[in-house]
Design a protein around this ligand. Structure first.
Ligand SMILES: *[C@@H]1O[C@H](CO)[C@@H](O)[C@H](O)[C@H]1NC(C)=O
Ligand SMILES: *[C@@H]1O[C@H](CO)[C@@H](O)[C@H](O)[C@H]1NC(C)=O
Ligand SMILES: *[C@@H]1O[C@H](CO)[C@@H](O)[C@H](O)[C@H]1NC(C)=O
Ligand SMILES: *[C@@H]1O[C@H](CO)[C@@H](O)[C@H](O)[C@H]1NC(C)=O
Ligand SMILES: *[C@@H]1O[C@H](CO)[C@@H](O)[C@H](O)[C@H]1NC(C)=O
Ligand SMILES: *[C@@H]1O[C@H](CO)[C@@H](O)[C@H](O)[C@H]1NC(C)=O
Ligand SMILES: *[C@@H]1O[C@H](CO)[C@@H](O)[C@H](O)[C@H]1NC(C)=O
Ligand SMILES: *[C@@H]1O[C@H](CO)[C@@H](O)[C@H](O)[C@H]1NC(C)=O
Ligand SMILES: *[C@@H]1O[C@H](CO)[C@@H](O)[C@H](O)[C@H]1NC(C)=O
Ligand SMILES: *[C@@H]1O[C@H](CO)[C@@H](O)[C@H](O)[C@H]1NC(C)=O
Ligand SMILES: *[C@@H]1O[C@H](CO)[C@@H](O)[C@H](O)[C@H]1NC(C)=O
Ligand SMILES: *[C@@H]1O[C@H](CO)[C@@H](O)[C@H](O)[C@H]1NC(C)=O
Length: 846
């Protein structure tokens, strides 16, 4: 009933393919071309997009890449009307693009991949560098950018974030938490059959929000009916990847289906169903829930297992998501490196996201996993909410007690042995015909080469080598081997060549442990060798004397030193357009749980070999942190539907927690090797405003808002940016330019304090009448004053805060302070102050 089926531009696409076959692909590349004319979202009358969203982009390529899996049709789970009027805008702009290409590249070969029209007016095209130059020379063309690559950057987290007692009750319980809000995920797709995305689990009605007009692709591996009232949109974008010939239909699926696992994982973190039991390798690890269990999910697949992704496809995905009417976009992806050749903020992805901001979409992005060095953030624009990764308090630890009473810590979601068993190294259990030195044997990948008589009933020692890191050897193969030989359990020692490798807990279906430290591994092997008796001639062991008992790691422990910023979480300060300068904008914005996160896993997910075929996986990264915040933003959006994206970001930032469970400062790991020995209190460049506090974010008291025009003035304030701004946005930079420090952000960042600086912040009261007291601590080397010292603010009213900062000594490293607004109705609003004092006040007087 009422299913809308469309064949997508079949004839047009066929012509495009004809052209492609003749293109000299050795010199041709994908370029993203932006035109000066405004995109649909800005050129149609105000609020047009809110009421009548344009429903169909001209993605000429859609039917080509899906042709491998049969014809693609699209179905609309919300059964709303697709009218020709709405399609009209998109196809008109697409025709303008085609006509421009025909005129500029008359008689030449090229292939247009996408027309973007909603958030940016432009297209992606396969052309030679000479053709790209020709396009750049046209007066209607704003910019031509070479396409670039991008990459992918629980059961217990709802409790740790206080959702069951704090945030969910404010929304009427988990049964309704986040209802009516649509979260769009730009990721590796989704497994629609996963119970975390099942419809109507709790029975009551759960309609698709009216403002959402997205559709679901229907292909063989994403059949009709894959979408429901939970998963309400699903598309995939792969034209740039296909053009490069690296799209592998077997692994990557020409459909929204997730062949990786990452997208299924992040989607369920944001909005997976509540109360889904997590059973992996036969163990029950508790029940999982998304942060906003009643929010809707719309999936825009633009990342792939075998190669990552490309900006041209990501921009197409973002453009479609905005058009469809998502409320929040979650990007667990970052560029592989800063976009080349153009100013940082002016790359097509960030420009599209600025337009998305203008339409009221809250955009969350992973900070990147390139920490802990300074300036490592790959998400930098102030209109994007950048999230770093912290631990949460649940830890799975395992240990092994050796016969000499030494206990060695390790990981492994495995049962224990309860009693001591003999240790037998695989290298000492090789059958007579094999050469014992073969690495493959020590890695226990092949039962056939080990002697069952020697191994059975004992703990088998296997070597965890670089091949495991590369996926060439697997823990599950080794476990198979141990089972085959009837071993009592399995112990992995770390190869000495792997230094400081951080291993996630791995599920194991028989007793066992992985020792992540190569030093600890050496201790175990020394004990093993010194306890064993070898034949002096053959060197074969004649008596195995070492014994050990594995404690087991299936039970979770709860740590008080959480949260803690993970070593891999990318750090500020935020670099400006040229590499040398720091921007006056705080990045990251916040940290959220990102380490060892249990969430849904795709049945076709091959990204983590340890979780192959499992329904859930434990993953770590800023990729996992971003969807936590996307889900919490959905809760805020439901409670405060009129909040702008900046207001949502402000609510999350000013209420963030600054302390760990023990009440001490949140720590930040500062080294890849032995990170817990190399840590110190986190600064705003490590954790932004702090660790997300969901309860407090739903009742922020005051908010600091920033508008689209402010960001335009900010872009105009960047040295030499005026022509770029004009080209990209059609706006002439006027007299009003705004420095990053003067944006009304919920933080103050000054990369260079020359003597003195006056800053203002404007707060708006979204709660009841309240009287606030103002307190502050000045950064080192700075004297600071904030006025007024206290103020009464009625509901809906605004109040200016004046901040004066004077440098008192020359200090080339960043120092940090904070302004705290303490309401008599118990609201606390924190504004972090980060300053580098470049010029000392008293040394510059002449
Ligand atoms: C679709 O459009 C038709 C004609 O404009 C209208 O009668 C009908 O109610 C619409 N259906 C929906 C589901 O909006
Ligand atoms: C595509 O992926 C499959 C499955 O992983 C693999 O067997 C095949 O070799 C790949 N094809 C190419 C061309 O890489
Ligand atoms: C987990 O979910 C199962 C099935 O949905 C339910 O029976 C059980 O009570 C839940 N356990 C917890 C701790 O919520
Ligand atoms: C190990 O410790 C236990 C109890 O603490 C003790 O009885 C035993 O003698 C110790 N064994 C060795 C080898 O030190
Ligand atoms: C260890 O003991 C527990 C509880 O007594 C039991 O359930 C488990 O099967 C035992 N494990 C082994 C490997 O014997
Ligand atoms: C296996 O080990 C036993 C005991 O050490 C030995 O007798 C036998 O020859 C070995 N078998 C092979 C195939 O190596
Ligand atoms: C162990 O593996 C061998 C071959 O590697 C196989 O023939 C045998 O059936 C396996 N035994 C068990 C118990 O799995
Ligand atoms: C989070 O905020 C709530 C409400 O303001 C507060 O009671 C709680 O202590 C905060 N939690 C943390 C960890 O700071
Ligand atoms: C702006 O566009 C003009 C005309 O297309 C071009 O010549 C110029 O290089 C562009 N400037 C920048 C900074 O991109
Ligand atoms: C600092 O300010 C003084 C006067 O306000 C100016 O002369 C000087 O160039 C500034 N120094 C820097 C490094 O900006
Ligand atoms: C900053 O310096 C100005 C003049 O140099 C002075 O009037 C003001 O009181 C100082 N403010 C602070 C907070 O030190
Ligand atoms: C809040 O303050 C305003 C302005 O002072 C006042 O008119 C209003 O009555 C107050 N509301 C409450 C509930 O106290």
């Amino acid at each position: 009933m009422g299913i809308v089926k469309l064949m997508v531009f079949g004839v047009l696409a066929w012509c495009v393919v004809c052209q492609a076959e003749n293109i000299d692909t050795t010199s041709a590349n994908v370029y993203m071309v932006t035109l000066k004319q405004a995109p649909t979202v800005f050129s149609v009358k105000k609020n047009y997009h809110k009421q009548n969203r344009v429903n169909k982009t001209s993605y000429d390529f859609v039917s080509i890449h899906s042709s491998s899996g049969g014809a693609t049709t699209l179905e609309n789970p919300s059964f709303s009307n697709i009218t020709s009027k709405h399609r009209h805008f998109g196809s008109r702009i697409s025709r303008v693009h085609d006509s421009l290409l025909r005129r500029v590249l008359k008689g030449e070969k090229y292939m247009k991949l996408y027309s973007y029209h909603y958030l940016i007016n432009g297209f992606a095209v396969l052309v030679t560098p000479q053709q790209a130059q020709k396009l750049l020379g046209r007066k209607e063309v704003a910019n031509v950018v070479l396409d670039y690559s991008v990459r992918t950057a629980t059961t217990h987290t709802p409790q740790f974030l206080g959702l069951p007692q704090g945030a969910w009750p404010q929304e009427g319980g988990y049964e309704t938490a986040g209802e009516g809000v649509v979260i769009g995920l730009i990721d590796t797709g989704i497994d629609p059959t996963h119970v975390s995305f099942a419809d109507g689990l709790s029975g009551n009605s759960y309609p698709v929000p009216e403002h959402f007009t997205g559709i679901c692709e229907v292909t063989r591996d994403f059949p009709s009916g894959s979408c429901n009232r939970k998963l309400i949109g699903a598309r995939h974008f792969a034209a740039s990847a296909i053009t490069r010939g690296i799209f592998n239909a077997t692994q990557d699926y020409a459909s929204p289906f997730d062949g990786d696992g990452h997208g299924t994982h992040t989607a369920s973190i944001a909005a997976g169903n509540h109360g889904i039991p997590v059973i992996v390798a036969g163990h029950h690890f508790g029940n999982a829930s998304g942060m906003a269990p009643r929010s809707h999910i719309a999936v825009y697949k633009a990342l792939y297992k075998s190669f990552g992704g490309f900006a041209a496809d990501v921009v197409a995905a973002i453009d479609q998501a905005a058009q469809d009417g998502v409320d929040i976009i979650s990007l667990s992806i970052t560029p592989n490196r800063r976009p080349p050749g153009i100013a940082t903020y002016f790359n097509p992805i960030d420009m599209a996201l600025l337009s998305a901001f203008k339409t009221g979409i809250f955009v969350v992005q992973a900070a990147g996993n390139t920490g802990p060095s300074p300036k490592s953030v790959s998400s930098f624009s102030p209109w994007i909410f950048t999230v770093g990764a912290a631990t949460h308090d649940r830890i799975y630890s395992n240990s092994i007690l050796l016969g000499n009473n030494i206990t060695i810590p390790g990981v492994g979601l495995a049962p224990g042995t309860n009693e001591s068993y003999n240790l037998v190294s695989a290298t000492d259990a090789v059958i007579d015909s094999e050469t014992p030195k073969d690495d493959y044997l020590s890695e226990c990948q092949d039962a056939g080469s080990l002697n069952q008589t020697v191994v059975q009933g004992n703990l088998l020692i296997c070597s965890y080598s670089i091949k495991f890191v590369l996926g060439q050897s697997t823990i599950s193969n080794a476990i198979q081997t141990a089972r085959n030989l009837s071993a009592a359990g399995i112990v992995f020692t770390m190869d000495p060549f792997i230094i400081g490798f951080q291993l996630n807990p791995v599920p194991m279906s028989l007793p066992g442990i992985i020792i992540p430290s190569s030093n600890d591994s050496k201790i175990l092997l020394q004990y093993y060798n010194s306890s064993s008796e070898r034949d002096p001639v053959s060197k074969k062991i004649i008596k195995f004397g070492a014994v050990a008992c594995v404690a087991g790691g299936v039970e979770a422990n709860f740590s008080n030193s959480a949260p803690k910023v993970m070593y891999y979480s990318a750090r500020g300060p935020d670099p400006e357009d040229n590499f040398l300068q720091d921007a006056d904008v705080l990045k990251p914005n916040l940290v959220a749980p990102g380490n060892s996160i249990w969430a849904a896993w795709s049945s076709g997910g091959t990204d983590s070999v340890e979780f192959l075929g499992e329904d859930f996986a434990m993953m770590s990264g800023t990729s996992m942190a971003a969807p936590h915040v996307a889900g919490l933003a959905a809760l805020i959006k439901r409670k405060f539907p009129s909040f702008s994206p900046s207001a949502i970001g402000s609510a999350l930032s000013t209420t963030a927690s600054l302390h760990d469970k023990d009440g001490g400062p949140i720590m930040a790991q500062r080294a890849y090797a032995n990170p817990d020995l190399n840590q110190s209190p986190a600064t705003p460049f490590d954790m932004g405003s702090g660790f997300v506090n969901a309860t407090a974010a739903l009742d922020p008291g005051l908010i600091l808002d920033v508008g689209y025009e402010d960001y335009m003035s900010f872009l105009c304030g960047i040295n030499g940016s005026a022509p770029v701004v004009l080209n990209y946005t059609g706006t002439n930079c006027g007299a009003t330019v705004v420095n990053g420090a003067d944006l009304n952000l919920p933080s103050i960042t000054i990369a260079k304090l020359n003597q003195t600086r006056a800053i203002q912040r404007l707060v708006t009261n979204i709660a009841g009448n309240e009287t606030y007291r103002v307190g502050w601590t000045a950064p080192y080397g700075v004297s600071m004053k904030v006025t007024p010292a206290h103020f009464f603010i009625a509901n809906g009213e605004k109040q200016v805060l004046n901040v004066v900062l004077n440098s008192t000594l020359n200090n080339n490293v960043a120092s940090f302070g904070r302004i705290g607004l303490f309401g008599d109705k118990s609201h606390v609003v924190n504004i972090h102050v980060s300053v580098v004092v470049k010029i000392a006040y008293n040394t510059t007087s002449s």
